[in-house]
Design a protein around this ligand. Structure first.
Ligand code: SF4
Ligand code: SF4
Length: 295
């Protein structure tokens, strides 16, 4: 079963929930946690882990061969992303804008735009005492998160079978990266906070998940601040609230030390258990309620 943890905006506790939930579920299940927030992965800050594998990740971009080019202009017309542009008698390629779709290269009548690999980031695979953890990080200056997310998900699928619970710490927002990170998930947990900003952004995330026809539920973080609008919104729209993580100064202290919460704060553990039970009930459609642990 694949569970994506997402949010309409950053700073709502997505990574806190991902790391604590992965660790809690790993007490009774085989778990792999993947940080797909490739522009700023930070799940690893909260995990004591050992690096067991790393690799550079590449995307394919066109390289202009001036000697073969007839300046016909077809490549510029073909590119939907303005990543290849004709300026006077030169063709300029902007790798940061390129989506590696191959259109310009394949439509070029003289093969003057062969595709070549360009490093876009790296993938690191760690092992904690309880579960596996994979992190992908974009290189500085790279703007395209989607190709790296795609390759990271491919790595997970080729290394972990259906006997693993796969948890994805997704990018924030509602744009292409979060869609790529959630589109294959069996269930999406949207985390928000009970404030007007939190409500506004989670509604956008809810609409995105509805557009993708995803099963999803809500976790309210910092419950106790703000107002009750998010609770009322969920009740009025039949959206399940899976858990309410309390607003607690001790949580902020542990967070600032880079520590997991649930072993120190019983109220957090109780809320994680509610999520675990919800997932367990859902997972009857995907796999046995508890997978024998043997990692
Ligand atoms: S399509 Fe090929 S030949 Fe035409 S301008 Fe582009 S690189 Fe040059
Ligand atoms: S590969 Fe696709 S996105 Fe990249 S420059 Fe060519 S047409 Fe544009």
């Amino acid at each position: 079963m694949k569970i994506a943890i997402a949010s309409g905006k950053g700073g709502t506790g997505k990574t806190t929930l991902s790391t604590n939930l992965a660790s809690y579920l790993a007490e009774t299940n085989k778990v792999v946690l993947t940080d797909l927030d490739v522009e700023e992965p930070n799940s690893g800050l909260f995990l004591k882990s050992e690096l067991i594998y790393s690799e550079d990740k590449y995307k394919m971009i066109p390289q202009w061969k001036e000697s073969d080019c007839t300046l016909c202009g077809i490549c510029q017309e073909a590119c939907n992303y303005h990543a290849v542009i004709q300026i006077m008698d030169s063709i300029m390629v902007f790798p940061e804008l390129c989506h590696s779709c191959y259109a310009c290269s394949e439509l070029c009548p003289t093969n003057a735009l062969p595709m070549i690999p360009k490093k876009m980031g790296e993938l690191k695979h760690y092992k904690t005492e309880q579960f596996h953890f994979v992190e992908a990080r974009l290189s500085i200056g790279e703007e395209q998160a989607v190709p790296l997310i795609k390759q990271t998900l491919k790595y997970i699928d080729s290394n972990y079978g259906n006997d693993y619970l796969k948890i994805y710490d997704s990018p924030p927002g509602t744009s292409c990266p979060v869609i790529e990170a959630t589109k294959e998930a069996d269930f999406v947990i949207l985390i928000t906070e009970p404030t007007p900003f939190g409500l506004n952004d989670v509604i956008l995330a809810i609409e995105t998940m509805q557009e993708l026809h995803k099963d999803f539920g809500i976790v309210i973080n910092r419950y106790g601040i703000g107002n009750n609008d998010i609770v009322n919104y969920c009740h009025n729209n039949n959206i399940p609230i899976l858990a309410k993580i309390p607003n607690d100064k001790e949580i902020a202290i542990l967070y600032s030390k880079g520590e997991l919460l649930y072993n120190s704060i019983p109220a957090v553990k109780a809320e994680l258990e509610k999520i675990a039970q919800y997932i367990s009930a859902l997972s009857a459609n995907y796999l046995p309620t508890q997978i024998p642990k043997n990692n």
